[in-house]
Design a binder for this molecule. Sequence first.
Ligand SMILES: Cc1cc2nc3c(=O)[nH]c(=O)nc-3n(C[C@H](O)[C@H](O)[C@H](O)COP(=O)(O)OP(=O)(O)OC[C@H]3O[C@@H](n4cnc5c(N)ncnc54)[C@H](O)[C@@H]3O)c2cc1C
Length: 491
Amino acid sequence: MYSSQVLIAGGGPTGLWLACELRRYGIDVTILEQRSSRTGESRAGGLHARSLEILGSRGLADRFVAAGRRVPFAHFAGLWLEMGRLDTAYPYVLGLVQSRIEALLEDHLLELGTKVRWGAGIAEVVPFADHVEVTTATGERFTAGYLVGCDGGRSTVRRRLGIPFDGTDATVSSMLADVRLAEPPGPIFQRRTPLGDFSVLQLEAGHHRLMLNHYEPATTTAPPDLAEFRAAFTALAGTDFGLHSPQWISRYHDAARLAARYRDGRVLLAGDAAHIHWPAGGQGLNTGLQDATNLGWKLALTVNGHAPAPTAPTLVNTPPVAPPTAPSPADLTTRTAAELNALATGAPAAAPTEGLALLDTYEAERRPVAARVLANTRAQTALCRPGPHTDALRATVADLLTIPEANDRLAAMVAGLDQADRAPTTPLAPGRGTLTAPPETLTTASPWADRVEARPDTCERLVRPDGHIAWSGGPGLHEALTTWFGPPTAR
Ligand SMILES: Cc1cc2nc3c(=O)[nH]c(=O)nc-3n(C[C@H](O)[C@H](O)[C@H](O)COP(=O)(O)OP(=O)(O)OC[C@H]3O[C@@H](n4cnc5c(N)ncnc54)[C@H](O)[C@@H]3O)c2cc1C
């Protein structure tokens, strides 16, 4: 039986980044991956601004930016969004395929002293009150204080725990092929047809991704071969642009599902194991990285015995969605149009703050974010369907997107920047919270010196290790320190 403090199921981007985050706190991590080696599957096409801000706060953004391509546009349902006005150091999408992102993350994990255990697919999970045991398909046994399922949309961990994964079934059948083209139509090309749509995107010099969508569920889940892809693409585009030398061909869909719980005792879920959706707008990998960033420091403090007792933290980035309610007659005269729309679609309600332990704030903060991503990808599916009604709706939305504020609202959402409490400009201390304040205020944090770095500055802020502001001047610093970093160390 192998033993460690934390076991991670899955060496995809979420598992790799979570392992890096935990290593920054000196946590003994074992990362089990069922594949025998890293694949060359390109999958995700890039990193959004919030992910780059997080990597930047760890001193890592430069190596990713150097490896990728800065693209000044993102898209929403294939309608282009300008990223250049976003309030961030990274006002673009970084074009970088997932296999390269994973390789960079794995290199960094090696720098932090941990290797992925390849060929170690988890088959069984047995949770206990004080530890978790897992057995791999080859019969190896592992034990740890906590297990995090980062094992993708078909998560064995989630299934073994019996955590429901409800949502909406597939309505779209999509295929992609990463290929070389004899006659490329340009770096980006897309067309809608009455039968579906297709697009061509240059991934790297000489390599293109061809994608197509049919707006009905697929009749098979079998991976397509080149002949099937070529026939389907040609039927929509009238040409295959001379495609040859396929690197990866895949079939996917728009089923959108969310785990009912992100935590069950000592087992947690992150990334695609917790949420799946259509890859429209390129948000899945990014959401997983941001899950891992939110969870990593909380799990590390818990494992290291510094977790605060259940209290009432003020959650960050969580506008929980309430069920839609009908406006009363009085509402029609007293409320603004925005308030009425919020009532009709599910308005932000009071955050759940009673009795949350630090680890529970992970689900409370991140599950609503995933629910919003699922909602926006469902909206994109609706906005992509063929037909004159959708054509008219797209023209209306495209017109609205010429208004800079409308463009920027959607651009910030897709980029993960729609979080008022993020602190992108504060350089973060590795593996610790960061307090900036005048010297007389900094002394308040002395009993937390092992968990919070104090820096003299005129800007008063307590920033959590995941880059969210926990206090911004005024009263409440002692309370914020206790809430997020546990009790003060006795002197
Ligand atoms: C066509 C396409 C395009 C996309 N484009 C984008 C994009 O542009 N931007 C974006 O952000 N996202 C994009 N995505 C989504 C992105 O690929 C996923 O969201 C991302 O891979 C999720 O990362 P993850 O680590 O959570 O899960 P995964 O990448 O699925 O990793 C899970 C890992 O767990 C391993 N595993 C599975 N079962 C076990 C087990 N029992 N034991 C141990 N290991 C196990 C798997 O082998 C895998 O390595 C795209 C997806 C597709 C299909």
